[in-house]
Design a protein. Structure first.
Length: 322
């Protein structure tokens, strides 16, 4: 990662590893789950349920984010959000975050401060903290976040529990982040609503535990695209899923952006990732929690269809393809 150092601006090499760690882990929310916070060999978190939900995501510069498109603060928020949404998708609530950061020795401390402030802001939305981590030298800015969570007595909602007859429902936005990426890729910086959706996702964190309490049989967050991620549920559950396009719809704002770009907004909605929405299956007689919208049904068979037909294009993002 190349950086332009300003006069009198400190770099991470001048600050040192432990000074850097202190900057990233400082000024947390004071979560009640943190029994021993940063500063020792490891943190100690309460696990009232007796089980710990754990997930990790790695974000690499120019693969998952671009610093000419997003500020360090926005990147920090996104790095945390993509992990917290995984915790929510299990029906759990977050209890702590561990951060691994690789950056160049001449990276300005301003970069790290921005990442850290964004991480703290996003973590604060769910009342949790960055409780520890590690810093290393790297030529490519790389952020690894591990999120821990508590099920609070619930059974984990996995990908493998969907049954024929279940209702498929979604909580959160679909297609907005993909539309934002398309706008930025064309060299534009507006409209801010869709560009902002790419920079910082807005996962419906509380919707995950609510779905679990309502009897959700399977759940996943939409990180790679609605069709691709529902495909994981269909495969794990040994079922088919059919989406009803009239139940999903395309927001007018996305239609307007697509018209301006000559794009297909349905492709963003069905295959665009990174909105970190939640999609789940529920028993047909379940009362859907607030914020959940039915969009399809689970049937016998395999695969995912839209209005009974197979979607002809790529269904979502995959690494190491193309």
């Amino acid at each position: 990662m190349e950086s332009e150092q300003r006069p009198n601006e400190r770099t991470v090499s001048q600050l040192g590893e432990f000074g850097l760690i202190r900057r990233v882990t400082a000024q947390g929310t004071g979560s009640t789950n943190t029994l021993l916070g940063p500063g020792d060999d490891a943190a100690v978190l309460a696990a009232p349920d007796g089980r710990v939900v754990a997930t990790t995501d790695v974000l690499v510069q120019d693969v998952h984010f671009r610093l000419d498109w997003s500020s360090p603060h926005q990147v920090g928020r996104k790095a945390v959000a993509v992990n917290l949404s995984d915790v929510a998708a299990m029906g759990a609530v977050p209890t702590g975050l561990l951060v691994g950061l690789g950056c160049a020795s001449d990276a300005p401390t301003e970069l790290v401060d921005g990442l850290a402030s964004g991480m703290r802001e996003e973590a604060g939305l769910v009342g949790t903290d960055v409780v520890g981590g590690d810093m290393v030298t790297s030529t490519t800015l790389t952020i690894s976040v591990t999120a821990l969570g508590d099920l609070q007595g619930r059974a984990p909602v996995t990908r493998g529990g969907a049954r024929p007859g279940d209702v498929v429902a979604v909580a959160g936005r679909l297609g907005w982040a993909a539309a934002g990426w398309a706008v930025l890729a064309r060299g534009f910086r507006s409209p801010l609503a869709v560009v902002g959706a790419h920079r910082v996702p807005e996962p419906p964190y509380s919707a995950g535990p609510l779905a679990a309490d309502a009897g959700a049989t399977a759940m996943i967050d939409v990180s790679d695209g609605l069709l691709a991620d529902l495909g994981h549920i269909a495969e794990a559950s040994g079922v088919a899923i059919d989406l009803h396009s009239d139940r999903i719809g395309v927001p007018q704002r996305l239609s307007e952006v697509a018209s301006a770009l000559g794009a297909n907004p349905w492709r963003w909605v069905l295959t665009g990732g990174e909105d970190q929405a939640l999609v789940a299956s529920f028993p047909h007689d379940a009362v859907l929690p607030p914020g959940w919208q039915p969009i399809g049904a689970v049937t016998e068979g395999s695969g995912v269809t839209v209005d009974g037909s197979e979607y002809a294009e790529e269904t979502g993002w995959q690494h190491w393809t193309g």
